[in-house]
Design a protein around this ligand. Structure first.
Ligand SMILES: C=C1C[C@]23C[C@@]1(O)CC[C@H]2[C@@]12CC[C@H](O)[C@@](C)(C(=O)O1)[C@H]2[C@@H]3C(=O)O
Ligand SMILES: O=C(O)CCC(=O)C(=O)O
Ligand SMILES: [Fe+2]
Length: 420
């Protein structure tokens, strides 16, 4: 019975994953637009087939074997119920450590700033910047456009979807069956692409397009400034070695708006208000690293972002409307020969507040080669990752699940070197 159960569960998962990868997937998997067709395919059909098979097998057994089977099924059901009750909610059971994360004042003395950035990237792969120079107007306009979009009825938002990869997505993240309590708009940062897709996003596409382009322009400048400071702090001779990649007209950078609707507590659940000071509930955007060079992230003053320092310990990032969060991506980890860490992070939903985050992902052009500059490679610290193009790395990322460690595939000492 357990093996039959495992096999059918496996088949059920494969069937759902297969279905998710079809053009209907994005619609079928989201409970906000769960269609009758998907309920039939994902739940009713397999249940009906399994039940018919079970009844058929039972009928063909002798009385004593029948009673044995019934006892086994009853015991399994009791154990399962017991386990379900005994096992705590996985999010609540995790360790959360509220520690002070580095806040870097970009208007301080340059060499001091660059040293602090390097230290933060080595220790955490994450820091906040204040006095960043991005105008409040640009931020406010972008936030307004984002909220205008997410408050629209679902049927209107779906006109901008499915995200394949650009456009509106609901709950599906990537193409490998990852799901979260999030809806989003994923955009190419190329101005032409922005103006084209804006027609499906907004009733005033020109306004939307100019708000997005203005915001992207400002955060790209901020990202370049930070990357130059990093190169200076690392004593790399060519201080634009990192920023050049995202300034390039062919840069494959992305912009993403995430919206996490509030998810109220179910009856019987204890109030989450006491849960480590964060009124969290479900996983909105699961644990992952960002594949690109650098991410510039902010939210609408509502908490939910957490970073992972060691396995299993989560550090909440309190919301701060005056700051931008900056995190190292996989490419920068490779380009610093492993000195900077591409930090694992995730976003939780709140039980009473909706959260919107805006993320700019600075990436190289597809054909650009990624490797560490000579100054960061020594006999004591030999090259850790084999050179690869961003296109190759992006391809590997999209073939894996959200939480997978993709950079390991490119380690020179990886005996399995699957991506050779
Ligand atoms: C499951 C996936 C979604 C993702 C591409 C990937 O295959 C693995 C990385 C994911 C991520 C994380 C950072 C960004 O939000 C993102 C746009 C990116 O470039 O890599 C997402 C991808 C996505 O949502 O499509
Ligand atoms: O919403 C957030 O704070 C994090 C989102 C994120 O990690 C992403 O979009 O890659
Ligand atoms: Fe991320």
């Amino acid at each position: 019975i357990p093996s039959v159960f495992t096999v059918s569960l496996f088949q059920y998962r494969s069937l759902s994953n297969f279905f998710l990868n079809t053009p209907f997937g994005p619609y079928a998997s989201s409970s906000c637009n769960f269609s009758a067709l998907s309920i039939t395919i994902k739940v009713l059909l397999p249940s009906f087939l399994a039940l018919s098979l079970f009844i058929y097998i039972i009928n063909s057994l002798s009385e004593s074997v029948k009673s044995l089977v019934f006892h086994l099924v009853y015991c399994s059901w009791c154990c399962w119920k017991l386990l379900m009750v005994a096992s705590p909610n996985p999010i609540r059971a995790e360790k959360v450590q509220p520690i002070e994360l580095p806040v870097i004042n970009l208007s301080a003395e340059r060499s001091e700033v660059s040293n602090l950035i390097v230290k933060a990237c080595e220790e955490y792969g994450f820091f906040k910047v204040i006095n960043h120079g991005v105008s409040e107007d640009i931020i406010a306009q972008m936030e307004e456009e984002g909220l205008n979009f997410f408050t629209k009825p679902l049927s209107e938002k779906q006109r901008a979807g499915p995200a394949s990869p650009f456009g509106y997505g609901c709950k599906n993240i990537g193409f490998r069956g990852d799901i979260g309590e999030v809806e989003y708009l994923l955009l190419d940062t190329n101005p032409l692409c922005i103006s084209q897709i804006s027609n499906n996003i907004s009733n005033d596409p020109k306004k939307f397009s100019s708000s997005v382009s203005g915001y992207i322009h400002a955060v790209r400048d901020l990202a370049c400034e930070i990357l130059d400071l990093m190169a200076e702090g690392l004593w790399v001779h060519d201080s634009s070695v990192f920023s050049r990649m995202i300034r390039d007209g062919e840069s494959d950078s992305l912009f993403r708006l995430n919206h996490y609707p509030p998810i109220p507590c179910k009856d019987g659940e204890t109030s989450p208000s006491s849960f480590h000071g964060h009124r969290s509930n479900k996983v909105g955007f699961g644990e992952h690293t960002d594949p690109q060079i650098l991410t510039i992230l902010r939210s609408n003053g509502v908490g939910g972002l957490q970073i992972s320092l060691r396995d299993g310990v989560w550090v909440p990032v309190p919301p701060d409307p005056t700051a931008f969060c900056v995190n190292v991506g996989d490419v920068l980890q490779a380009m610093t020969n492993g000195r900077f860490v591409s930090v694992r992070h995730r976003a939780l939903t709140n039980y009473d507040k909706s959260r919107m985050s805006m993320a700019y992902f600075g990436a190289p052009p597809l054909h650009a080669w990624v490797t560490a500059p000579a100054e960061l490679v020594t006999s004591h610290k030999p090259l850790l990752y084999r050179p690869f193009t961003w296109g190759e790395y992006k391809g590997a990322s999209y073939s894996l699940r959200l939480g997978d460690s993709r950079l390991d595939l490119f380690r020179k000492d990886n005996i399995n070197e699957q991506v050779a």
